[in-house]
Design a protein around this ligand. Structure first.
Ligand code: MN
Ligand code: MG
Length: 652
């Protein structure tokens, strides 16, 4: 009877399913449709919530992705669910567990709890799994009801990858059962092998040096995949926590998914780390990558976005081949949990799975309390009211944290010992955002949610290698913020309204003045308009005029380093370090580690004096409270400006 019911249920399911899914329709005797589902780069996002902004967000959350997973499980004859790494760190819930609650023996990590609730077949390690140290990682993994694999990180390295003593199992061969098109069950051995960028040895040097080693991804695969075949794997899926990048293999490459897909014996590849979607136009026109068919080197591939934004899906049509299986057809897609409308608003496409929310409700509540309470103190107010006219505490703290972080990351590299400068721009500085659109954190407690106020964008940290001449031109580009001022004139408007504040980079680690009597060298888009103009004067490093040929490291973000704002020395070709960490994470870590921060601006830049010359600029009315703190500029209130702004007069 049981058999009859299950058979009938199966047929009914197939009938409905067949209309939507040609794979299951086509599956006949000895053929099975297996659907591989992938989450990747969850970064502790269980709830659809932005803890920095302290408000719900429809673009994130495993509780939402879980609804897509549930509907696929309901309709697909055979499915597996895999997580591709970067689950343990990356939002304030992760920080709360690591910095505050801790992982004592027997504690369960909330992302693991949520993943257990959804029910995963396996997971691999991402680079961020190592951020809080090995002890924290292993205690977290102990709670997982699913195997976690990673082939290229070892506690003891042998002659080749097969001889390594890996930190976690390098691969698993799961005994899975699939139902074929005739409703018959068959065993299948699914091999899953995991990979992480070997750059973890640099990114988490303080945790990993002397404790583990990392191998090249492709070399490791070439050694171990044949072993998996020997051990009976019918199909092999690579869990590549690595992006889709160059086609040619180079030793130790970070984004190795393309040459990895070429390795013999790998049948399908789940990717991640890039926080992108595959298949999607993002990866069009790349060698060996086919976004129409969703393949890399002809093998099905997927990347499920990040933070639960998408579910990556690979469909495999399997056919019994003697005692084993071969893949006779495939497809891949990434299903989103939300869509962005033309007016930029977001519509959720799925609801929450209540059981997933319930499983970590207590930790969610504790995280809310955590982001709202102090994690450190500031001994000076953090505000941006004068960020466009003077060295400023809100920009200074970003610069300080960036330099602190990049100095650590340069250790042990060929760039160690080079002077480190730091570039940061005010993000919340009035303008079109209105007279309240400023950073304003009073002296005293600093909470995590204040950090989003300091650093609005989820940028990642970068280091670029530039010359002294490029440092000067970088600042010339920034100085396009200001209108040219006639010496001796009165109350001319200072700021160019076409110039966004996020392109006004202030450089820490050098001293300089801006001569407003000179024309700008660059226009607001960064085009060279006055090749001989010199607004930046008295530019010094260590009290000496900067050597145009000297080399400097500049700590900045991925937007700027990749050419955003079109800055000299930052066109994408000067990047020497791509951090896995967001600038926000860097600031949070800095505050947590320091306890007390001193964001006092040091007036390392100012306007060059112009006799009998005044200019006007507009800022938020609350600026008046801080006017006595502003260093390096002679400033006084000048009444109300338009649209609720206050006006101030600067005597140059
Ligand atoms: Mn990630
Ligand atoms: Mg400064």
């Amino acid at each position: 009877m049981t058999h009859l019911i299950s058979r009938r249920t199966f047929l009914a399911t197939t009938a409905t399913f067949a209309a939507m899914h040609p794979f299951s329709l086509r599956a006949s005797t000895n053929q099975a449709h297996l659907r591989i589902m992938e989450t990747t780069d969850l970064h502790v996002h269980v709830f659809p919530y932005d803890y920095y902004a302290d408000k719900p967000r429809d673009t994130v959350g495993l509780s939402r992705t879980a609804s897509i997973i549930e509907s696929i499980r309901a309709e697909a004859t055979n499915s597996m669910l895999i997580d591709n790494g970067d689950f343990l760190q990356g939002n304030p819930m992760g920080d709360y567990i690591a910095y505050e609650r801790g992982m004592k023996e027997g504690d369960e990590h909330p992302i693991i709890t949520a993943m257990n609730t959804v029910g995963f077949d396996a997971a691999t390690l991402g680079n961020h799994e190592f951020n809080y140290g090995l002890d924290f990682l292993m205690k977290s993994l102990a709670g997982a009801n699913f195997p976690v694999v990673c082939a290229n990180v070892s506690k003891e390295q042998g002659a080749d990858a097969a001889a390594d003593t890996t930190l976690v199992p390098p691969f698993v061969i799961l005994d899975h059962t699939v139902t074929d098109g005739a409703g018959e069950s068959h065993p299948i051995k699914v091999g899953l092998i995991g990979f992480v960028p070997p750059q973890i040895m640099n990114w988490d040097r303080r945790h990993l040096e002397g404790n583990v080693q990392a191998r090249d991804i492709v070399d490791t695969a070439k050694t171990l995949v044949p072993l998996m075949k020997e051990q009976g794997a019918d199909i092999i899926i690579a869990l590549s926590h690595s992006g889709i990048g160059a086609a040619d293999h180079s030793d130790g490459m970070e984004n190795a998914s393309v040459p990895l897909a070429a390795v013999d014996g790998i049948d399908a590849i789940l990717t991640g780390h890039h926080h992108q979607v595959f298949p999607s136009p993002t990866y069009a026109d790349m060698p060996a990558v086919d976004v129409e068919n969703g393949t890399i080197h002809g093998k099905p591939a997927a990347m499920g976005g990040f933070w639960g934004s998408h579910l990556g899906v690979i469909d495999l049509m399997l056919e019994r081949d003697g005692s084993s299986w071969r893949i006779t057809g495939h497809g891949s897609e990434a299903r989103p949990i939300s869509k962005r409308n033309e007016d930029r608003s977001v519509t959720a496409l799925v609801e929450d799975q209540q059981a997933v929310l319930d499983s970590v409700q207590a930790e969610h509540d504790a995280t809310l309390a955590y982001v709202r309470r102090a994690v450190g103190k500031t001994d000076a107010p953090l505000h941006s009211y004068f960020a466009l006219v003077a060295d400023d505490p809100s920009v200074q703290i970003v610069s300080i944290a960036q330099s602190w972080y990049i100095a650590q990351m340069m250790q042990g590299t060929e760039y160690e010992g080079l002077p480190i400068l730091s570039a940061a721009a005010p993000f919340k500085a009035g303008g079109r955002g209105g007279p309240e659109y400023f950073t304003d954190v009073p002296k005293g407690d600093v909470a995590i949610k204040n950090v989003s106020d300091l650093y609005l964008y989820p940028n990642t940290a970068r280091a670029v290698l530039v010359t002294g001449a490029e440092v000067k031109d970088w600042l010339e580009r920034s100085a396009g913020m200001f209108n040219q001022v006639e010496p001796g004139s009165t109350d001319a408007p200072l700021l160019n309204p076409d110039f966004p504040s996020y392109n006004f980079d202030v450089m820490d680690g050098v001293t300089y003045q801006i001569d407003l009597s000179q024309p700008s060298k660059f226009d607001p888009k960064g085009e060279l308009i006055n090749a001989d103009a010199n607004r930046i004067v008295d530019l010094k490093f260590n009290g000496e005029p900067i050597d145009p040929k000297a080399q400097f490291i500049i700590a900045t973000n991925n937007y700027r380093a990749g050419g955003g704002g079109n800055f000299p020395g930052a066109k994408g070709d000067t990047v020497v370090f791509e951090a896995p960490d967001t600038n926000r994470d860097v600031i949070v870590r800095y505050i947590v580690e320091q306890g007390m921060i001193s964001p006092r601006a040091d007036a390392n830049w100012s306007f060059a004096p112009l006799d009998d010359t005044t200019v006007l600029f507009e800022t938020g009315p609350k600026a008046a409270d801080y006017i006595d703190d502003v260093k390096g500029v002679d400033i006084a209130p000048a009444g109300d400006g338009p649209d609720g702004f206050a006006q101030f007069r600067i005597s140059l």
